[in-house]
Design a protein around this ligand. Structure first.
Ligand code: TRP
Length: 346
């Protein structure tokens, strides 16, 4: 078995174990606040977090504000972006009473874990990380010290609260591997402090952007959760398609048509191929209409909740303050154990 299929079968085993003993797991996951979340985030991770929360698993979510500056000069309008993401979380059903939502920058003890962790990895190991390589190439700029070392910081995100389940997409798998390596090396060198986290891969196949490329905030090809029904319709109308009347699911040769099929199908709970067969000769116009309706109908309740929540910015600040306070407690406890294991108690 190659390493991805090993990870996949481990992840399936983990998914079953979590259902059986939700109380034995703490989920740690997060997002970079570079813009509002889109359908890819929703089906790839947000819906999964809400499902785990309903099972009774403890959820800790980092809004990774320090990770924004890994591949750009400044954090931009980070405060606004943090609030948008928080609205997306709460509207999707994350319950601030049951989970901890926090930002990196408000938890000093988490950031301090980065120092001992950096001593546990070599420069060559950092350079080997395929996700860092891809991000560095995409950024079109010199590799910064932070971009090279942020996977170590991400290890601190996971280990500061002893998270043992990390729901991620494939591109974050190298970071989980590194986290396990750091935890193992720390335990070997200084004594058992950390448990080893495991990756939980999403079972929904990755939803492509409307142009058929990877859905990404920077390509502007995703449908943001926060859009209105009309904005969604306008965005879908602009999707490049072709003039062939027959609808078929061919991602490589008909990226626009296929992305629309993927989008509508995931909202309707069907397979994209089946949907293509049903649409037969009805043409791209009809497919766009159906996709718009499917998205707008599926997300109507979430969007209504989001609009309501947006009227109460003080509530958002309160949720973050509470989350940050709790995250600081976790982080200080862990840092104390780390310092004491390292003999740094004075
Ligand atoms: N790197 C993650 C992403 O690209 C975001 C993230 C930051 C994260 N810290 C994390 C994910 C810790 C899982 C665990 O979306």
């Amino acid at each position: 078995m190659d390493s991805l299929s090993t990870t996949q079968s481990n992840s399936e085993r983990l998914a079953r174990a979590v259902v059986e003993r939700p109380e034995a797991y703490r989920v740690l996951t997060g997002d970079r606040p570079t813009g509002p979340l889109h359908l890819g985030h929703y089906f790839g991770s947000l819906a999964e977090r809400v499902r785990l929360q309903r099972l009774g698993v403890e959820i800790v979510v980092v809004i990774a504000d320090y990770q924004v500056i890994t591949d750009r000069d400044t954090a931009g309008n980070v405060r606004q972006n943090v609030h948008e993401i928080l609205l997306d979380y709460l509207a999707a059903g994350l319950d601030p009473e049951a989970c901890t939502i926090f930002t990196h920058s408000a938890v000093p003890a988490l950031n301090q874990l980065m120092l001992p962790f950096l001593s546990l990895v070599s420069e060559a190991e950092l350079h080997r990380n395929p996700t860092v390589k891809a991000e560095s190439a995409a950024s079109g700029r010199a590799l910064s010290g932070l971009l090279l070392s942020y996977p170590v910081h991400q290890a601190a995100d996971i280990l500061f609260c002893q998270g043992n389940v990390v729901p991620v997409g494939k591109d974050n798998l190298p970071h989980i591997e590194l986290t396990r390596l750091i935890a193992r090396r720390f335990n070997e060198r200084y004594g058992e402090v950390f448990r080893l986290p495991e990756a939980l891969l999403s079972e929904t196949p990755e939803l492509p952007g409307l142009d058929g490329r990877k859905m990404s905030k920077s390509y502007g090809n995703g449908i943001a959760l926060r859009l209105s029904a009309e904005e969604t319709a306008a965005l879908i109308r602009r999707t490049p398609t072709d003039s062939e009347r027959r609808i078929s699911y061919q991602p490589a040769t008909r990226p626009g048509i296929s992305a629309l099929l993927d989008t509508a199908a995931v909202c309707l709970g069907l397979s994209p191929r089946l949907l293509a067969e049903r649409l037969a000769d009805s043409g791209a116009g009809k497919l766009k209409e159906l996709t718009t309706e499917a998205v707008n109908e599926y997300f109507a309740p979430l969007r209504a909740r989001r609009r309501e929540l947006a009227k109460h910015p003080e509530l958002l600040s309160e949720v973050l303050q509470r989350g940050n306070a709790r995250a600081n407690q976790f982080a200080e406890q862990t840092l104390e154990r780390v310092r004491s294991a390292m003999g740094m108690v004075y």
